[in-house]
Ligand binder design. Structure first.
Ligand SMILES: Nc1ncnc2c1ncn2[C@@H]1O[C@H](COP(=O)(O)OP(=O)(O)OP(=O)(O)O)[C@@H](O)[C@H]1O
Ligand SMILES: [Mg+2]
Length: 215
């Protein structure tokens, strides 16, 4: 099955600026005449949003790490089939705020479930779909905590700084292993500077696929 579109994912620790840059890129691509399909994980399908509310609810519903990983994979499976594959087959640019790498980083590596286990749980869910470009917004845990203060510090603090440090390390190692797909974007800078870097990376990806948005 030929994939004609461009699949771009946004990764990084909590508070690293993913959603900020995702929104800015969406605006830029629209102004360029493209009509990007924009989704977030978990969610962006009816069942996926229901799974999201289970996963992100703050009550202390006991859940094993494996259950959590399976729920993320279930939401992802629905998103891949219902939205991402059809969009790519239609030649669209797809922006996804978090994807498989988040599960590998959070539950697999930092959480201790194991990257191999999380990959196995997700193999059927992603059905071979791999991002063409993954942007990792790299920020120190202390700066991320500072930015998030007052917003949802509770969730982050409940995970702990050490946990997020491991997530950050996983992403940096991933970028070393898959330099063609994964680009580290230093995120301790002005929003506009980061946006320019993101747009440069994405423009290269679009050019490589012959998508210019004006034709
Ligand atoms: N370059 C930046 N400099 C300073 N503050 C920023 C920058 N980018 C984003 N912020 C602010 O930091 C906070 C977190 O940003 P954002 O929500 O984009 O992060 P995120 O990676 O999507 O977080 P989460 O993983 O929790 O969804 C927001 O209050 C945002 O306005
Ligand atoms: Mg976000």
């Amino acid at each position: 099955m030929k994939k004609k579109g461009l699949f771009i994912t946004f990764e990084g620790i909590d508070g690293s600026g993913k959603t900020t840059q995702y929104n800015l890129l969406r605006g830029r691509l629209r102004r360029r005449g493209l009509d990007p399909v924009c989704v977030r994980e978990p969610g962006s399908t009816v069942v996926g949003e229901e799974i999201r509310s289970i996963l992100l609810s703050s009550d202390d519903r006991p859940m094993t790490l494996l259950t959590e990983a399976l729920l993320y994979a279930a939401a992802r499976s629905q998103l891949v089939r219902e939205v991402i594959v059809p969009a790519l087959e239609g030649g669209k640019v797809v922006l996804c705020d978090r994807f498989l790498d988040s599960s590998l980083a959070y539950q697999g590596y930092a959480g201790g479930l194991g990257v191999d286990t999380v990959m196995a749980v997700n193999a059927a869910a992603v059905r071979g779909i791999r991002p063409h470009l993954t942007l990792v917004f790299d920020l120190s845990v202390s700066e991320a905590l500072r930015r998030e203060r007052g917003r949802k510090a509770d969730r982050i603090e409940s995970r702990g700084a050490e946990y997020l440090q491991r997530v950050r390390e996983y992403y940096l190692e991933l970028a070393r292993k898959e330099p063609d797909r994964v680009r580290v974007i230093p995120a301790a800078r002005d929003i506009a500077e980061i946006e320019a870097d993101v747009y440069r990376e994405v423009s290269e990806g679009l050019a490589a696929l012959g998508i210019d948005g004006r034709g």
